[in-house]
Write a protein that binds this ligand. Structure first.
Ligand SMILES: NC(=O)C1=CN([C@@H]2O[C@H](COP(=O)(O)OP(=O)(O)OC[C@H]3O[C@@H](n4cnc5c(N)ncnc54)[C@H](OP(=O)(O)O)[C@@H]3O)[C@@H](O)[C@H]2O)C=CC1
Ligand SMILES: O=C1O[C@H](COP(=O)(O)O)[C@@H](O)[C@H](O)[C@H]1O
Length: 517
């Protein structure tokens, strides 16, 4: 983003509207993100935040809710006293049912008063932390209630899930686009706000030694793992309709894949980058038949098990999950990007709940040196890996083969790690901070464009259709395990295996790391 747009934001300011201000997302992510931005001077002097939801709250009660959320979830400590008061005074609350256009008219009056008090030039950012069914109504009522009449910019930030399948996503998009232009819409995929996902572009395009090797001549396969220890907890009603495919694959997993596979954009311009990402999505080989889904996709559900020493109940025993649910809590697939660069290279993706560790990692496995010559005659050599650690630890490591010190020419594997989170610690900005900041500067780079979403839905819809109404092919895995054995077979059929997350289970490997391993 240019300095000019940063300066413009600071000079003109903005009002931030949080629809769904009494909800979980606002409490855990949005208020802490706004506070961090404030502490870093990124909201400037001219800003106000208006919380909106149906339940009654006084301004003071709302500020107390915000303070509590910051105490619990923010990476900055709430500076209580005068500094806190100055921040909190910018927060106000209005009880409003977004189906009611009269409420929007009252909001317009309140907003104009705030804009005049803080000398803000009519810039308005609407964050919809609401169920997606309400997005169309809010958009219409914002327009009909006069909230879009101010002279500044108007931006709509919307949360996932964006639809349930392609037709519903298209309907939702049309409802929004009756009111907002595409360049006013910021569709959140919080994985795009993660430091290491953004770092993929830098690693690839700012280093001389990766890009020449970044193709099917040198890379044998790519593995993307997004494992979670949590189950569905109180989100059963949502999750049981969604499952891992819609909750994680259609969005976060495919977005990470596009960052790995895309061609260099012609410029670091949001539209150039998003053009390249959409080309990758269009190149992913589709699932033409149910048979193909069975061959290339594994779905499974967790049963009772043990995780970190604690007994864990099975998915079907969770509250608000039907006891005969066929919903997948685990997904693995072999994908292909059928373009010139990636022809024949499998991209393995897997994600699941109640797995042994919380970790998101991308492993790029390079083709091995030819077998039967030089050092490969004496021992089996491990392939070189580049591992991008996305979450919760952030960093990268590469695995190479090196000589074991001594007289014998023995080769040993060495991992060289740059642990970014060890260096920066908890001060790495949270994804939501980056994304709110980017939206307020009008930078679309790390938001999904409609055509990206549309192609992603068209890719996953045939998988969902092949599964619909049948438990055929649903495998099971005990909570606390790495998923069903079918997921191991998926790679074994091609002569590969899932690399252990963080190399933890690998023996006989030397670590060189700033993490002090
Ligand atoms: N929570 C999370 O971690 C994540 C959430 N999301 C998405 O973010 C969105 C919000 O999620 P979450 O915060 O968990 O949901 P919650 O159910 O916790 O909150 C929903 C909010 O919407 C308000 N609301 C509901 N109906 C109306 C209405 N008619 N008029 C005005 N306000 C209304 C509720 O307040 P009240 O009842 O007072 O009206 C509440 O503040 C969803 O789309 C979700 O999928 C996405 C990723 C992660
Ligand atoms: O979008 C979602 O993501 C979270 C995982 O996010 P992370 O940043 O903690 O890795 C997942 O738990 C949730 O089911 C899904 O809706």
């Amino acid at each position: 983003m240019t300095n000019k747009s940063m300066e413009a934001l600071a000079a003109e300011g903005a009002v931030y509207f949080i629809f769904g201000a009494t909800g979980d997302l606002a409490r855990r992510k949005l208020f802490p993100a706004l506070y961090s931005l404030y502490r870093e001077g990124k909201l400037g002097e001219r800003f106000a935040v208006v919380g909106l939801a149906r339940r009654p709250r006084t301004h003071e009660q709302f500020r107390e809710d915000v303070l509590e959320s910051i105490r619990e979830f923010c990476r900055y400590k709430a500076e209580e006293g005068q500094a806190w008061r100055e921040f909190a005074d910018r927060f106000s609350y209005q009880s409003l049912d977004i189906g009611n256009v009269e409420g929007m008219r009252a909001l317009k009056e309140n907003t104009e008063e705030l804009e005049s008090r803080y000398e803000i030039r009519g810039n308005r950012l609407f964050y919809l932390a609401l169920a997606p069914e309400l997005f169309g109504t809010v958009s219409r009522n914002l327009r009909d209630g006069g909230m879009l009449d101010s002279e500044g910019w108007h931006r709509l930030v919307i949360e996932k899930p964006f639809g349930y399948d392609y037709p519903s996503a298209e309907r939702l998009n049309e409802e929004i686009r009756h009111v907002f232009q595409e360049n006013e819409v910021f569709r959140i995929d919080h994985y795009l706000g993660k430091e290491m996902v953004q770092n993929i572009e830098v690693l690839r395009f700012a280093n001389a030694f990766f890009e020449p090797l970044w193709n099917s001549n040198h890379i044998s396969n790519v593995q993307i793992t997004l494992s979670e220890t949590v189950g569905v907890e109180e989100r059963g009603a949502y999750y049981n309709k969604s499952g891992a495919l819609r909750d994680m694959v259609q969005n976060h997993m495919l977005q990470m894949l596009t960052m790995i596979a895309m061609e260099p954009p012609s410029r670091l311009d949001p539209e150039d980058i998003r053009d390249e990402k959409v080309k990758v999505l269009r190149s992913i080989r589709g699932f033409g038949s149910g048979e193909e889904v069975r061959r290339r996709v594994v779905r499974a559900q967790y049963t009772e098990g043990i995780s970190r020493g604690e007994p864990i109940k099975g998915y079907r025993e969770e509250d608000s999950v039907p006891s005969d649910s066929q919903t997948e809590t685990f997904f693995a697939a072999r994908l292909f990007v059928d373009n010139f660069r990636w022809a024949g290279v499998p991209f393995y993706v897997r994600t699941g709940k109640r797995l042994p560790v919380k970790s998101t990692e991308i492993v790029v496995e390079f083709k091995n040196v030819p077998p039967g010559v030089l050092f490969a005659t004496k021992q089996e050599l491990r392939p070189n890996l580049l591992v991008i650690r996305v979450n919760p630890m952030e960093g990268i490591y590469i695995k190479i083969n090196a000589k074991k010190p001594g007289n014998e020419m023995t080769v040993q594997p060495v991992a060289m790690e740059f642990c970014q989170s060890c260096q920066i610690g908890i001060n790495t900005p949270e994804a939501y901070e980056r994304l709110i900041y980017d939206a307020s500067r009008g930078d679309h780079t790390y938001f999904t464009r409609w055509d990206e979403l549309a192609v992603a839905w068209k890719l996953v819809d045939p998988i969902a259709a092949a599964w619909a109404g049948s438990g055929d092919g649903l495998a099971f895995y005990p909570a606390g395990s790495w998923g069903p054995e079918e997921a191991e077979r998926l790679l074994a059929e091609d002569g590969y295996f899932w690399w252990p997350v963080n190399g933890q289970e690998e023996d006989n490997i030397i670590w060189v790391s700033n993490a002090g391993k």
